[in-house]
Design a protein around this ligand. Structure first.
Ligand code: AMP
Length: 541
């Protein structure tokens, strides 16, 4: 017997319709590349999205077509999220920090038909003009700026929407229809496309607002610092209107002073970003005792491991709490968050701050398992390692244009490539990427643990641990260190930090001092490049 309840497809257009109808007073704030503040509201954004959808239709965009964006976090970008997906086309957000060749590759792989470009990124468009894919028939410039010479016509946003109606008959799509496309950063090999659906996006947004995830409410003012090209800004452009929250979109200027001005000036209550953003903000705050928060916001951090020194500093000195989240492009991205549960509800703040180095536990809708090298579940003791696999309503089942990728198992799980422990509270802790663990005589050493400990040395600015060849042990850890300006610690001094903290055989065999470390387009240590650069390194003795 079936239930007798209504059934409506889970559509992205329904989120904006809700916010425009029921949350008219929420504020939308965008900062353009000149630093000028624009103000809007959900009804105005809905009208802009409708006019853009009409304009794109006029240019020839149809259901299933891919429309790319090369844009920072801005109001026009937010309107495109709803215009493109709402009309049944696919929003392809492109990371401008990727290499030119990678951008050219993904534009061609996606076969984008229109490319929408932030005025701040017009110089990049100029560099790409000779590598645009044959499928592309128009460029739309999201503001004013000098458009470079292009092989296809370019029009401005104002021209695109001129004379168009502020109402659009958003189609009642099958909820499984593709809505957006995002490529993984591809530190090795080509980037891979993850194709989200309306259903997965709406379910992810409903999960994201829960108390143990982003805890979003209508009274919140949400500022995604995480870019809208990095896994849909972690779902915040959908989760915020779903609860009717206000939003602040900071544009290209993400320096601590500009962000702090927005926190204070716009009353931001919650913001999300990678650890470097918060590390820089904390250092900037500390540089002048007059720099405070009049109302401490909540911060969400993810993308790479959170150094506990950062969460502790924010909490003790500024009353700012940080939620640690784990995710991946393939998981929309939310997989786990580290919020308290029954077992640790009564821990004091200091104990929980230390525990928040762990990535957390899944919300309803995502399940996980951790398997050892022979495919058996590992002991849930917080010590044994294994590879994390996930499944759920917003987890990819395949990559776009790449059938049969080994990341997807025959029994419906996705291999994350993350090596984790899982403790008796069910909390995972990432100890490494499967490809980055150091395999010393058949045993695994976590490069991340060694990096985090090195960062505790007061003179270490950046640290990376990579495997180097060893005749007996196969691989041994090499620690690469960027020293803080004006300091000159010796290798021995730095290695002392490991004594009594890790097993003796984990301690790096050597330390080399470098001026900088390469980062990927999403700001993570670029291990593949480092391994290549140090491939011929020979350990002394
Ligand atoms: P991306 O798809 O570019 O977002 O990268 C996903 C990968 O980032 C994951 O597989 C992890 O290796 C890493 N990652 C994401 N969140 C965290 C976190 N909180 N701590 C450590 N690593 C993380």
């Amino acid at each position: 017997m079936f239930g007798l309840m209504q059934e409506h497809p889970l559509l992205i257009s329904s989120i904006l319709r809700h916010a425009a109808r029921h949350h008219r007073g929420a504020r939308l704030v965008g900062v353009d590349h000149h630093g000028r503040i624009e103000r809007s509201s959900w009804p105005e954004l809905a009208a802009l999205a409708a006019r853009i959808a009409h304009g794109l239709h006029r240019l020839g965009v149809r259901q299933g077509d891919r429309v790319a964006t090369l844009a920072w976090n801005s109001l026009p970008h937010l309107a495109l999220y709803y215009a493109v997906s709402g009309m049944g086309a696919v929003l392809h957000t492109v990371n401008p920090r990727l290499f030119r060749d990678q951008i050219a590759f993904i534009l061609a792989d996606a076969a984008d038909v229109v490319l929408c470009v932030d005025p701040a990124l017009l110089p990049l468009l100029g560099e790409l003009s000779g590598q645009l894919p044959p499928s592309l028939h128009h460029v739309v410039v999201l503001g004013e700026g000098k458009t470079p010479a292009l092989p296809v016509p370019a029009i401005g946003l104002a021209e695109l929407v001129a004379g168009e109606s502020a109402e659009y008959p958003w189609p009642r799509l099958d909820e499984r229809t593709a809505s957006s496309l995002c490529y993984t950063s591809g530190t090795t090999g080509h980037p891979k496309g993850v194709l989200y659906s309306h259903r997965s996006t709406v379910l992810h947004a409903m999960a994201a607002v829960q108390p143990d995830v982003f805890a979003l409410r209508a009274v919140d003012v949400v500022m995604p610092v995480v870019p809208m090209f990095h896994v849909n800004a972690w779902g915040l452009p959908y989760a915020s209107p779903l609860v009717g929250a206000s939003m602040v979109l900071p544009g290209p200027r993400l320096d601590p002073a500009s962000l702090h001005a927005l926190f204070e000036g716009e009353g931001v209550t919650i913001s999300a970003g990678v650890p470097t953003v918060w590390t820089n903000l904390l250092a900037w705050l500390r540089a002048d005792p007059a720099r405070r928060f009049s109302r401490p916001p909540r911060l969400v951090v993810g993308g790479t491991a959170l150094p506990t020194a950062i969460s502790t500093g924010f909490w003790r000195e500024y009353g700012v709490s940080i939620l640690h989240a784990w995710g991946m492009t393939e998981i929309s991205p939310l997989g786990a968050t580290n919020a308290r549960k029954a077992e640790n509800a009564d821990w004091d703040e200091e104990r929980f701050l230390d525990y928040s180095r762990k990535q957390g536990r899944p919300q309803f809708g995502v399940d996980l398992r951790v398997l050892d090298g022979s495919g058996r579940p590992i002991a849930e003791d917080g010590i044994a390692f294994g590879e994390l696999e996930v499944q759920g309503h917003w987890v990819a089942s395949a990559y776009f244009n790449r059938p049969g990728d080994p990341a997807f198992t025959d029994d419906g799980w996705m291999r994350t490539g993350d090596v984790v422990t899982i403790d008796p509270l069910g909390c995972i802790e990432i100890v490494d990427r499967a490809k980055d663990v150091i395999k010393s005589g058949g045993e695994w050493i976590s490069s991340i643990t060694l990096e985090n400990l090195a960062l505790e040395h007061p003179d270490v600015a950046l640290a990376a641990v990579i495997p180097v060849h060893h005749p007996k042990w196969d691989e041994r850890p090499l620690l690469l260190v960027v020293r803080k300006p004006g300091t000159s610690p010796s290798a021995e001094e730095i290695l002392r930090i490991y004594e009594g903290r890790v097993a003796k055989w984990w301690i790096p065999d050597a330390v080399e001092f470098v001026d900088s470390l390469p980062l990927t387009a999403t700001g993570k240590l670029w291990k593949a490049e480092l391994k290549k650069a140090w491939a011929h390194y020979r350990l002394a003795g």
